[in-house]
Design a protein around this ligand. Structure first.
Ligand code: ADP
Ligand code: MG
Length: 243
């Protein structure tokens, strides 16, 4: 127990440090991006210089992404669970990536199988996980492919089960052992933090992530999230009393 306490204390201080560093990096980045944007406007008639300015903007965006994900990973997950209406929640998650999917000629379909109408979890955090799964699925899938999100609750259980299935490249057994490792990526410009962060978030909910993947055929990633099926009177009382 003592070691556990020590570990969580250390993680908390690493989180604080990362937050401080991220803050110090983000401010100058935003001014660099401002100046790069200024140059891209100023040189819009000179293709060479314009190209350089645009690369600067893209690289700054990438740094921002990496810093953001690092922060997300280093910070201990703190949950704000709520009762969530699943239909609009899922719609919203799909909307966040629908542009990207359409650009690549990939369709996303949602299937509700015996799903509850509401469930109790942290909607911001779980939508972040779904976003990561969708982006990975889009990146793995060729134009013309499809992605399914399946929402379901096994009979008699109070777990919410969300599965994202793609018809993409699949994951080799060798890589499968590493996909949750922070910084593990097979992409030229990946950060390798998406699944590491997702794992932390699902774990904080007391849930788990399961993966089925066949190389060359596709991947199915399942989130199993324990959740109370219905809000009980006891919950209501707690909520009403503001606890
Ligand atoms: P990143 O997307 O930045 O590479 P992630 O943590 O999101 O980092 O994913 C880690 C690795 O897992 C990816 O680089 C990829 O090799 C593999 N991966 C994750 N999801 C899929 C998927 N749906 N299909 C194929 N490979 C995947
Ligand atoms: Mg990713």
């Amino acid at each position: 127990l003592k070691r556990e306490v020590e570990r969580s204390r250390r993680l908390a201080s690493v989180g604080k440090l990362a937050a401080g560093v991220a803050h110090e990096i983000r401010n100058p980045l935003s001014s660099i991006k401002g100046f790069a944007t200024y140059f891209s406007e100023r040189y819009k008639d000179n293709p060479n210089d314009l190209n350089i300015a645009q690369i600067m903007i893209k690289e700054v965006d990438r740094l921002n992404l990496v810093v953001g994900q690092l922060l997300e990973f280093a910070r201990p997950v703190s949950l704000s669970p709520k009762r969530v209406d699943l239909d609009p929640f899922v719609d919203n998650c799909v909307k966040l990536v629908s542009m990207r999917a359409r650009e690549r000629g990939i369709t996303i379909a949602t299937v509700f199988d015996d799903a509850p109408e509401t469930a109790f979890f942290d909607p911001d955090k779980i939508s972040q996980v779904l976003l990561n799964l969708f982006l990975n699925a889009i990146e793995a899938t060729e134009p013309g492919g499809s992605i399914d999100l399946n929402v379901n609750r096994p009979v008699g259980s109070s777990t919410l089960v969300l599965t994202v299935t793609d018809t993409g490249c699949g994951i080799s057994d060798e890589n499968l052992a590493h996909i949750f490792d922070p910084y593990f990526t097979t992409k030229a410009s990946g950060t390798g933090l998406g699944l590491a962060v997702s794992h932390n978030i699902v774990e904080a909910h007391g849930g788990e992530i399961r993966i089925k993947s066949i190389e060359g055929e596709g991947t199915a990633i399942t989130l199993v999230i324990p959740t109370k099926a219905e809000q009980t009177d006891h919950d209501k009382k707690l909520l009403d009393s503001g606890c």
